[in-house]
Design a protein around this ligand. Sequence first.
Ligand code: PLP
Length: 395
Amino acid sequence: MTHYDFDRVSIRTGTYSYKWDQSEKLFGHKDVLPLWVADMDFEPPKEVVEEVVRRAQLGVYGYTIRPPEYFEAVSGWMKRRHGWDIRHEWLSSSTPGVVPAISVIVQAFTQPGDKVILQSPVYYPFYEVIRMNGRTIVDNPLTLRNGRFEMDFELLERQAADGAKLLLLCTPHNPGGRVWSRDELVRAGEICLRHGVLIVADEIHHDLVFRGHRHVPFASIRDDFAQHSFTLVAPSKTFNLAGLQSALAIVPNDELRRRYNTAVKTLSLHMEPYFGIPALISSYTHGDEWLEQLIDYLEGNVQFLLDFVKERLPEVQVVRPEATYLVWMDCSAISREPADLKKLMFEEARVAFSEGSVFGGQAAGFLRVNVACPRATLAEALGRFANAVRARKPV
Ligand SMILES: Cc1ncc(COP(=O)(O)O)c(C=O)c1O
């Protein structure tokens, strides 16, 4: 069995990295350590790297198809990891990402001005795809109760009854870290079905679930849920392949799928990425053991952060994630001002976590830390942050 060394530090500066090559532009200083955007500082499984290298060496990079192995790899993965039997024909046109797929669905299944529900605090492109397509955001805020986010079903029922057309369901939830239980999903699903609201289940974080929790694919729960939903996943978060741009839409309903595929084609988003297809096949075929080791490592990083905060930053409240490598922290005892928290991070500490207010709702005073990095990097980032906080206010 291969042992993967997630402690190994890869140098990513100078690789056109969105995360590592933008500190000066975004935060004003080259030496700001980036733990913000959700990609990992880890190499994918060695089989995936070998496959990409092999494809690179072929030396001709033409238009690409999804071969039968693609459908086998995806359905095998969904069955093995999530207990969900999907039929090959449910796999709709692929898109370069999950967010483009959400935008396509918003365009194809709603009209300008229509109401689309999201649950704040949430991954900020959800707001953008609704707003930039000229639709209306309806916020169904999550409630933080005893360190854990919960849905407000009463409000959801009223909002669904008030003519909303879509629910953007983030499951597992970013940045809240929740793995929604079957019961919660059933309640949300029944509300939507009662009022004719279609569900977009963004399940991109489905594989990154910590021990003791189990992700339930929304559409796998009941056939009527499957018939009224779109499930969006990708190997990008799980295997750190975001730059290879290959996302999946699973749409069991024939009519929804036909309209979805037409909308993707209208935008000509459907062509397949040369490296993305083989990387997806390889990761869904060979990635199980790597993923088990990754989850252990990430869980270790979450625990490291919890211990660190308890000792050095006792005024910070951490929301322990059940899934994802993103940790949501209430830093309002340090400052409630987004601009001040940015100054603290970028100027004083020289570290970049994500500032919370962009996730909407009551998120000012929160920060989101991406712990998908070698533990030494996490320790360095937390140390810089704690030193800056203590320089302002010793305990
Ligand atoms: C909930 C969620 N959806 C989608 C994405 C990204 O999707 P893509 O890069 O495939 O468009 C992310 C990345 O952080 C995410 O957290």
